[in-house]
Design a protein around this ligand. Structure first.
Ligand SMILES: Nc1ncnc2c1ncn2[C@@H]1O[C@H](COP(=O)(O)OP(=O)(O)OP(=O)(O)O)[C@@H](O)[C@H]1O
Ligand SMILES: [Mg+2]
Length: 374
């Protein structure tokens, strides 16, 4: 029942840009599905989110009612889709998957809402990209389990209220800040997904290696975890490349040596920075003398959408102390200069960034579990 592809239909999404393996086809996506934990117990890390969620689910089960709507916010590959599937599985409820970009008109949403079964979990991915009129329809549906279907046009148009089955909406967004307040307020709680610690990623890697049936050495797991940008999807993807290497060029064991060779081959550096990360820092240092520079200028210079730079690359660069966001624009920290091996010009803008780099530790994100708004 959970074997469907979780990739929502709709326009191409900048977030699904492959970090390591651009040629990844359907097979890779199937594999990603195969490595997905199926229960809350299997879900590694994000202790606070898991705790919050299990309380909501237990209480719903006890009252025999559909649980409150849940909003999940966090960067790509941190486990939002996985958690949505787990919610449905834990409730034993059917799961319907759609996404913001797929809902272009309110009629698209009405068609989904009016065919929901009682207790069904509706997963709305990239909820911040839904069309405005649909958003308003969703407010009513979430609160009153009702859809107002508009019949006719102009002055003669009438709204016919249609009752819908009580359901649980699970919304996911990489940009919670873009959600209008009335929509955000209609969720029972927001699960904030944070970067994973290196230890959590190691556990995920060992679990995945077990599922792939390929032996993984402790030190190799540590090496891969340290270079996975705090993100399970990246960890699993790197693991699959290390597996390839071990099977094709090695002795079938994922050793430290194999892991290092693979990571070098795919241009993932010692601190986990990938090509885009380095391209951003490179442009920032060489063309803009360390900044400050505006997000859109920076994005154009590396040939990416501003949103991709902001959502995919920046959070990790900021978290690891390479980059600071200031009111005047993005600024490189001393760590960025030293990591790229370039001497900063005497007039390089550090300012607040220098302090930020001193207190920030490079490498993986710190422990998950940012406080959630109840
Ligand atoms: N907590 C976790 N424990 C184990 N594996 C995880 C965890 N979170 C994510 N994964 C793995 O990472 C992969 C990516 O997770 P998922 O698809 O849920 O991310 P997402 O937040 O929905 O990303 P996007 O914003 O790109 O849709 C999953 O296939 C799963 O195997
Ligand atoms: Mg997802």
């Amino acid at each position: 029942m959970h074997d469907h592809d979780d990739r929502p239909t709709g326009p191409v999404d900048p977030y699904t840009r492959e970090a390591v393996s651009p040629e990844a086809g359907a097979d890779e996506h199937q594999l990603e599905g195969a490595l997905r934990p199926r229960s809350l117990d299997d879900f590694v890390g994000q202790e606070r989110v898991r705790d919050q969620l299990s309380l909501v689910l237990d209480s719903a089960r006890k009252r025999n009612r559909a649980p409150d709507h849940v909003l999940m916010s966090g960067g790509p590959g941190l486990g939002k889709t996985t958690l949505a599937m787990i919610i449905a599985a834990e409730l034993g409820a059917p799961l319907r998957i759609t996404s913001g970009p797929a809902i272009e008109r309110s009629g698209d949403l009405a068609a989904v809402l009016s065919t929901l079964q009682e207790g069904e979990v509706l997963f709305l991915d990239e909820i911040h990209r839904m069309a405005r009129p649909a958003e308003e329809m969703l407010y009513v549906a979430m609160e009153d389990f009702r859809v107002d279907v508009v019949v006719g046009k102009g002055p003669g148009a009438t709204a016919i209220p249609l009752e819908i089955a009580p359901f649980t909406l699970v919304g996911a967004t990489t940009r919670a800040g873009m959600l209008p307040a009335p929509l955000r307020d209609r969720f029972g709680f927001t699960a904030h997904m944070d970067f994973y610690t290196a230890q959590e990623l190691e556990r995920i890697l060992h679990r995945s290696a077990g599922l792939l049936g390929v032996p993984l050495a402790e030190d190799a797991a540590r090496e891969i975890a340290g270079r996975s940008r705090g993100t399970p999807r990246i960890a699993n993807r790197l693991l699959r490349r290390v597996r390839d290497y071990a099977e094709v060029r090695g002795d079938g064991v994922m050793s430290l040596e194999t892991a290092r060779a693979t990571l070098e081959l795919y241009e993932v550096d010692a601190l986990g920075l990938d090509r885009l990360d380095r391209a951003i820092l490179d442009v920032l240092l060489k063309r803009f003398r360390g900044g400050p520079v505006g997000l859109s200028t920076l994005a154009v210079s590396v040939g990416e959408e501003a949103e991709t730079v902001e959502v995919v690359a920046e959070p990790f660069l900021v978290r690891s102390g390479f980059l600071a966001r200031t009111p005047r624009g993005r600024v490189a920290t001393p760590l960025a200069w030293s990591h790229l091996g370039i001497a900063p010009p005497p007039d390089a803008a550090f300012g607040a960034a220098a302090a930020a780099a001193q207190s920030g530790t490079p490498g993986n994100g710190t422990s998950g579990g940012a406080p959630a708004t109840p």
